[in-house]
Design a protein around this ligand. Structure first.
Ligand code: GTP
Ligand code: MN
Ligand code: MN
Ligand code: MN
Ligand code: MN
Ligand code: MN
Length: 200
């Protein structure tokens, strides 16, 4: 379950994914925002990236199973966001990243999205996740921000990555951090090197 970057699963086009019979479809999203906040008044955080602690103890992204015969992938994802974070964040095909066949779930296609928000919108969403989300404390134990830095003692992103992740969400996180430039290559390389040593 603790999937590395190489465990992301085969990529499949959106069109092919939707034409496959007998597959379930899941849509999840990485929500992020820019921030000028500094940790310990010293380390500029630069970006906020949200994940969630799931009911099963694994980290993952908000989102869930979508039924393409009743809803579009994007409207289904917005519905899941209403349930899990208390805001039906509008999602469009512009936010779509890729679809994959995760090796851990043979009959599932995972569709992945990223969306940039303002810091104010993201803060409102974090409040709604506790105050308004039907799934709070049930399917979702809480939203978490991903530490996007390396501390002197090695803590930060690398220790975060040493937790266990659902399906290919760890690879979705790492790929997004790189693609969207949310961390420097140095931080990413350090985190992956240390993470490999810590994996048990
Ligand atoms: P129910 O309402 O109980 O059906 O849950 P859900 O619709 O919220 O579904 P969930 O979010 O658990 O996602 C469905 C399946 O997608 C999971 O069983 C995992 O296999 C997979 N999954 C869950 N989270 C993620 C994620 O962040 N990324 C990826 N790639 N897959 C995920
Ligand atoms: Mn759900
Ligand atoms: Mn879910
Ligand atoms: Mn579920
Ligand atoms: Mn659901
Ligand atoms: Mn549900």
């Amino acid at each position: 379950m603790n999937c590395g970057v190489g465990m992301d699963g085969q990529e499949i086009s959106r069109e092919e994914a939707l034409s496959r019979r007998g597959f379930k479809h899941a849509c999840h999203i990485l929500l992020h925002a820019e921030t000028s906040a500094k940790l310990f008044r010293k380390i500029p955080l630069k970006h906020i990236v949200l994940m969630q602690m799931r009911f099963d103890g694994l980290l993952g992204f908000p989102g869930g199973l979508v039924n393409p015969s009743e809803e579009t992938l994007e409207s289904g994802l917005s519905r899941e966001l209403q349930e899990e974070v208390g805001v039906a964040v509008p999602v469009t095909v512009d936010d779509y990243v890729y679809s994959r066949l995760p090796p851990s779930s043979p009959n599932l296609i995972t569709h992945f999205y990223t969306k940039k928000m303002t810091e104010a919108e993201l803060l409102e969403l974090e409040k709604a996740a506790v105050g308004n989300a039907a799934d709070h404390g049930l399917e979702v134990m809480g939203m978490v921000r991903v530490p996007l830095y390396t501390l002197k003692n090695g803590g930060g992103l690398s220790w975060f990555l040493s937790h266990s992740f659902i399906s290919n969400s760890r690879a979705q996180l790492l790929g997004s951090l790189r693609r969207l430039g949310l961390v420097s290559e140095g931080v990413l390389d350090d985190a992956l090197r240390q993470g490999d040593q810590m994996r048990h």
